[in-house]
Design a protein around this ligand. Structure first.
Ligand SMILES: Cc1ncc(COP(=O)(O)O)c(C=O)c1O
Length: 399
């Protein structure tokens, strides 16, 4: 049959990372590509015990029955307490919506606010799935320049004036792909600009628990007195992505519309996943869990930093994150290195990264790449970075 796909999807290819996943089916490939938690940290035993506990409790049938779209009430109540760690206070159950992962929170926010042709501002570079989701809403993503401490405020303001965006999407803590964190001053200033120009801020925060160094920074949502900010966090990077569970916090009027949007999408997030997470949070286990993850991720990040220093060409500059899962690097522009074009050759050496251009909304910076350090072992980080270093040094020598 010749399919007559909707305008929404007809020009969409798979996103760059999903395509790379196919390559990663080969176990001999060392992957710095995805954003997977380290496999050995996934809490199989904890989930087994909790599930068994839940299934023997008086809640068992309730958990296996259809639930409400807003979420499992005990988890919504626990969430109110949980988000205090991000400086979010003075909320009640009507401010909360349980979502099927952060990705759904992004989708529901755009579903709620974005019409065809609307503009959404994003940091350049940003989480690439956002660019993809925006295409399904036939919206335009415009990139805002950024530096080490967050968005360039002058560029942000001029783009707010010029494009009258509906939404600004940001990952202010340990961004994907750069690993950078916005300063408190930038967070406050971004919030003030959003109020001034009537823009919704979608604050996506899946990584802030994974901090190796420095002080916790309050969320942008913690400054919100006007209902401009929707905050989303997820348990994918702290517990297990397969649980597909996160929390959205917003003004009750916004949460209500997002809930109606969610009803049409998946009725509700798996009640079993929600109950498992509620059990975990109610026992205050997050800090203990995070303190197990951090030394491991720090060790891996340090291994990757040393391997980059040891093996990569001197024309490669890179970020040094205080947490999260990613390092973003770029080759001196004058070299004309195109990490997307070179990817098949690199992959033939059984090592993978994500070409950085996929993360940019406004310009294709083909000289960039994103490296993940949580998936590979320490040995693989060393040998994989050596392969990458040798490859790019050869390319540069032949220029
Ligand atoms: C910035 C960002 N937002 C959202 C997500 C989606 O996460 P989840 O598994 O919670 O849907 C990711 C996943 O890598 C991410 O990096």
């Amino acid at each position: 049959m010749e399919y007559n796909f909707s305008d929404r999807v007809k020009d969409l290819g798979g996103n760059a990372i999903r395509e790379i996943f196919k390559l990663l089916a080969d176990p001999s490939v060392i992957s710095f590509a995805g954003g997977f938690p380290t496999k050995t940290t996934l809490p199989t035993q904890l989930i087994a015990t909790t599930t068994s506990e839940l299934m023997s409790s008086s809640e068992a049938e309730n958990i296996l029955q259809y639930g409400s779209t807003e979420g499992y009430t005990p988890l919504r109540l626990t969430a109110i307490d949980y988000v205090r760690r991000y400086g979010i206070n003075d909320i009640n159950i009507d401010n909360t919506l349980i979502i099927s992962g952060g990705q759904q929170g992004i989708d529901l926010t755009f579903k709620t606010f974005v019409n065809k042709g609307d503009v959404v501002l994003v940091e350049d570079p940003t989480y690439l799935a956002v660019l993809h989701i925006l295409k399904t809403y036939e919206a335009t993503a415009i990139g805002v320049d950024s530096g080490n401490d967050g968005l360039d405020l002058a560029d942000l303001e001029s783009k707010m004036i010029m494009h009258k965006p509906k939404v600004l999407y940001v990952v202010p803590t340990f961004s994907n792909p750069t690993g950078r964190t916005y300063s408190i001053a930038k967070r406050k200033a971004i919030y003030e600009l959003a109020v001034k120009y009537n823009v919704i801020i979608l604050e996506d925060d899946p990584y802030s628990e994974l901090r190796f160094s420095g002080e916790r920074v309050p969320s942008i949502k913690s400054f919100d007195k006007t209902g401009n900010v929707i905050y989303i966090t997820s348990f994918s990077k702290t517990l297990a992505p397969g649980l597909r569970t996160g929390i959205a916090i917003g003004d009750p009027e916004v949460i209500r519309k997002m809930t109606i949007g969610k009803q049409a999408t998946d009725v509700h997030t798996s009640s079993l996943s929600q109950a498992i997470i509620n059990n975990f949070l109610s026992k205050s286990l997050m800090d203990a869990r995070v303190s197990e993850l951090i030394p491991l991720y720090l060790e891996k990040k340090n291994a990757m930093m040393s391997a980059i220093e040891k093996y990569m060409p001197k024309e490669f500059t890179y970020t040094n994150p205080d947490g999260g899962l990613f390092i973003f690097g770029e080759f001196d522009e004058s070299l004309g290195i195109n990490t997307m074009k070179l990817f098949p050759e690199v992959a033939a050496h059984k090592v993978a990264y994500v070409s950085g251009h996929s993360f940019f909304a406004s310009e294709d910076k083909f000289n960039t790449l994103r490296l993940n350090y949580s998936n590979a072992s320490l040995d693989q980080i060393d040998s994989g970075m050596k392969k990458l270093g040798d490859f790019f040094k050869k390319i540069i020598a032949n220029k």
